[in-house]
Design a protein around this ligand. Structure first.
Ligand SMILES: *Cc1c(COP(=O)(O)O)cnc(C)c1O
Length: 394
């Protein structure tokens, strides 16, 4: 570490900035959440029940679709959607190389093979110009992922799918409420899948998820699959699963859904502030948001084009700022998915070592973002001085 940086870290932690803040929101709604729990204890509708039905109705309206079906988590939502579309053994499903591993897990559990496509270097979402070359007679579906809250480029995906007779499943687990050309994420594919894991933009107090669609047959198929293959008890039409939504989680989600739009707005405002502060720093690339999209910034991800990502991460950590990496490896480079190696994914592979997710949540304060930007700026200018220095010494 250089002298200047050493001196800085002595008076180091001026402000602790966690990567996320789940406490404040739940403290604020504590009374309402407790009331929901008390009411549930009184009527004992622990699994399914009226809260689930009401939440499904409200979430369908929010997504501007006909049906929402509550399920146990986002990974199950993807698996049940694939099953409902009839995807199975010997089929291939195209998806993005940089996503959370769950997208690929669901494909493999359906019996199909994941086919990974590289990402667009600006949006980090599936590179739509590379989809067609991966289509074979076995391809059944495409799963675009709206990564980091940023909508994937859906129109080309829908056009390709129509041309080849493929189904489209949106992985919307990170993008509740985002829009693409004014349309809600989740309303464009045949079906879309949401996660309500606590850290997502809309989170339960535990695991939860939903499948949304405007197609009646898909909705009915998912309703059956989530509850042992039938719509009525002991009436099993197909071999199903136990993947129901808890009454408590539905009651909590109903309370929190009311604030989602407002919370997404805060995230967008913070992203704007971050980008103003960071885009002037040489070597840092801030998120690109095309005009056609309204991102909901589940994550705020910068790219370190010059300099050392891990060095910057450590520097921030030493000064009390927690960061994340989403994701440290494209899915095909993990041990579990090595056998699904794609032909080539140079962008996803090279970006994995350069991306860094900064703290992002509705409660983050401008002061905290300014502190982070100063730390980034200090580190980056230090870096370039060091680089110049080393040129002199060799
Ligand atoms: C979180 C997430 C999932 C899985 O959701 P779980 O509720 O954790 O099962 C799937 N896809 C993406 C892109 C996610 O971020």
């Amino acid at each position: 570490m250089s002298k200047q940086l050493e001196e800085k870290s002595r008076d180091s932690i001026q402000m602790a900035v966690p990567f996320m803040d789940l406490k404040t929101e739940h403290q604020r709604h504590r009374e309402d959440l407790r009331k929901a729990w008390d009411a549930l204890l009184d009527n004992s509708a622990f699994v399914g029940g009226t809260h689930v039905e009401e939440f499904e109705k409200e979430f369908a309206d929010f997504c501007e679709v006909k049906h929402a079906i509550g399920v146990a988590n986002g990974t199950d939502a993807l698996l049940l959607a694939l099953k409902a579309l009839g995807v199975g053994r010997d089929d291939e499903v195209i998806t993005a190389a940089n996503s959370f591993v769950a997208t690929a897990e669901a494909i493999v559990h359906s019996g199909a093979k994941p086919v990974f496509v590289d990402i667009n270097p600006d949006t980090y979402n599936i590179d739509v110009t590379r989809i067609e070359r991966h289509i074979t007679p076995r391809t059944k579906a495409i799963i675009p992922v709206h990564l980091y809250g940023q909508p994937a480029d859906m129109q080309p995906v829908l056009d390709i799918a129509r041309g080849y007779g493929l189904r489209v499943i949106e992985d919307a687990a990170q993008a509740h409420g985002a829009r693409y050309h004014g349309r809600r994420i989740g309303s464009m594919g045949d079906v879309a899948c949401f996660s309500f894991y606590p850290a997502k933009n809309l989170g339960a107090c535990g695991d939860a998820g939903a499948v949304v669609t405007s197609n009646n047959e898909i909705a009915t198929a998912v309703r059956k699959l989530r509850d042992h293959g039938g719509l009525r008890k002991y009436d099993h039409d197909v071999v199903g699963y136990n993947s129901r939504l808890d009454g408590l989680q539905a009651a909590i989600l109903k309370i929190k859904l009311k604030y989602l739009e407002q919370r997404n707005e805060s995230r967008r405002r913070h992203a704007h502030t971050y980008s103003e502060l960071l885009s002037r720093i040489e070597g840092i690339v801030t998120p690109f948001e095309p005009d056609r999209t309204t991102s909901v910034y589940h994550l705020y991800v910068i790219r370190i084009e010059k300099g050392n990502r891990d060095g910057l991460k450590n520097h921030l950590n030493d000064h009390g700022v927690q960061t994340g990496i989403h994701y440290p490896m494209p899915i095909h480079l993990t041990r579990a998915f090595a056998r699904f190696k794609p032909r080539s994914c140079p962008v996803a592979e090279s970006y994995a070592a350069r991306i860094l997710s900064l703290p992002m949540y509705p409660e983050i304060e401008t002061q905290q973002m300014q502190y982070i930007a100063t730390l980034v700026s200090d580190y980056m200018s230090q870096k370039s001085e060091q680089e110049t220095g080393s040129k002199w010494s060799t």
